[in-house]
Design a protein around this ligand. Structure first.
Ligand code: AHR
Length: 321
C-alpha cells in the first residue's frame, strides 16, 4: 500500500554546470564556411528518443548547422560505422548518444587523430581517456534513480515487492537508474526488488517482460520501469492479467513524455521522474564553440523534476513532447 503523494511541482530548467573545459585551437572544418555535424543517434526506441531526434534536427536548422544524421537501431556496431563515415567525410564535429557505455576508445581515437572534436550527448561513455571528447551534455541518471527510490521509500508501507524493467543492457541510463534506485531503497529493508530484467527501453519489451513477471511472481506491488515506454507496455500486460495498473500494482517510470504523462494523469502510473530530451539547442551552441576552439564546460547537466498524478493533470495541456 502506498501513502498519498505530496511532491513539489518541478520546472524544466537546463543549466550548465561550471567546470573547466577543454579548449584549444580551432578544429578541422571551422574555417569560414558552414559547420557540418555528424550525429549518430541510438535509434527510435522510445517516445523520448523521437522527441530528442526532432529537437536535434530542428535546432540544427535554426543554428544553420548542416546535420548528417544516422539511426543506429540500438546497435553499437552501427554507431561505430556511422562515426567512421563522418570521419571520412571530414565533418566539423561529431556528436553522438552512445548506445552502451563501453567499447568506444578505438573509434574516438580515430576521430581525435583526424582532429575532429566529439561531443557526447544524452548518454556518456565509460573510458579513462577524457581527452576523447570535448564535453558531455545530458541528465544525471543516477539522480533520476534516486528520485524514483525516494518516492517509493516515502510512499510504501509494509512489505513491498518491486519488479524492475531495466533499460538496454550496458546503457548508461540502465546502469545508473538501477544504481540510484537501489541506493535509496536500501534504507527500507521491507522494500525488495524481487525480479529485474531488461525491456530494452521499448514498449513491446516492457510488455513482454511484465507478462513473464506476472506469471513467475506470486506478489507484485510495484513496477519500477527505467522509461515511460516500458511502463506503458507493463500497463498493457497488467490489464490483460485482470489487474488494475496504478491501484493493484503501482508504477514508477522515468522520462515524462506525453503518453507517460497521460497515463499518470489517468491514474495508471503513480509517479514519473523527468528526463528532458530537448537537448538540441544546447548541443548546437556547444558545437559552435567547440569548432571555434573556444572553452566549453566538460559536463553540462540537464536539470529535471518529478511529476505526481495531480501535477501531470496541470502540465499536460502545455506539454511539448
Ligand atoms: O538515454 C535516455 C533514455 O533512452 C530515455 O530515458 C529512454 O526513453 C531512451 O530510450
Amino acid at each position: 500500500m502506498l501513502k498519498k503523494i505530496t511532491t513539489v511541482a518541478s520546472v524544466v530548467l537546463l543549466s550548465a554546470l561550471t567546470a573547466c573545459g577543454s579548449g584549444g585551437g580551432a578544429e578541422t572544418g571551422s574555417t569560414g564556411g558552414t559547420i557540418t555535424m555528424g550525429f549518430a543517434q541510438v535509434g527510435a526506441e522510445s517516445g523520448w528518443r523521437t522527441a530528442n531526434t526532432k529537437s536535434i534536427q530542428d535546432e540544427a536548422k535554426t543554428a544553420g548547422i548542416d546535420l548528417k544524421f544516422s539511426d543506429a537501431q540500438q546497435k553499437q556496431e552501427n554507431q561505430i560505422k556511422a562515426i567512421r563515415s563522418y570521419i571520412q567525410q571530414k565533418v566539423s564535429v561529431i556528436a553522438f548518444s552512445p548506445v552502451v557505455e563501453t567499447g568506444w576508445d578505438t573509434v574516438l581515437l580515430e576521430a581525435k587523430r583526424a582532429n575532429i572534436p566529439v561531443i557526447l550527448t544524452d548518454r556518456s561513455i565509460d573510458s579513462d581517456d577524457t581527452s576523447l571528447y570535448k564535453t558531455f551534455l545530458g541528465s544525471d541518471f543516477v539522480e533520476e534513480g534516486r528520485k524514483a527510490g525516494d518516492w517509493l521509500v516515502a510512499n510504501a508501507s509494509g512489505p513491498t515487492n518491486v519488479v524492475e524493467l531495466q533499460g538496454t543492457t550496458g546503457a548508461a541510463p540502465a546502469i545508473d537508474r538501477k544504481k540510484g534506485f537501489e541506493e535509496k531503497i536500501a534504507s527500507k529493508p521491507d522494500i525488495k526488488v524481487v525480479a529485474s530484467q531488461t525491456g530494452d527501453f521499448t514498449r513491446s519489451g516492457g510488455k513482454q517482460v511484465m507478462e513473464a513477471f506476472l506469471k513467475s511472481q506470486p506478489k507484485i506491488d510495484v513496477v519500477y520501469a527505467h522509461n515511460d515506454d516500458m511502463g506503458l507496455g507493463a500497463i498493457e500486460a497488467i490489464k490483460a492479467a485482470g489487474k488494475v495498473p496504478g491501484k493493484d500494482i503501482k508504477i514508477i517510470t522515468v522520462d515524462a513524455v506525453k503518453d507517460g504523462m497521460q497515463a499518470l494523469a489517468n491514474g495508471e502510473i503513480n509517479f514519473i521522474v523527468e528526463c528532458n530530451p530537448l537537448l538540441g539547442k544546447q548541443l548546437m551552441e556547444l558545437a559552435k564553440k567547440v569548432v571555434a576552439g573556444e572553452q566549453v564546460p566538460e559536463r553540462v547537466v540537464t536539470e529535471e523534476g518529478t511529476f505526481t498524478q495531480e501535477q501531470a493533470k496541470t502540465v499536460l495541456p502545455q506539454r511539448q513532447y
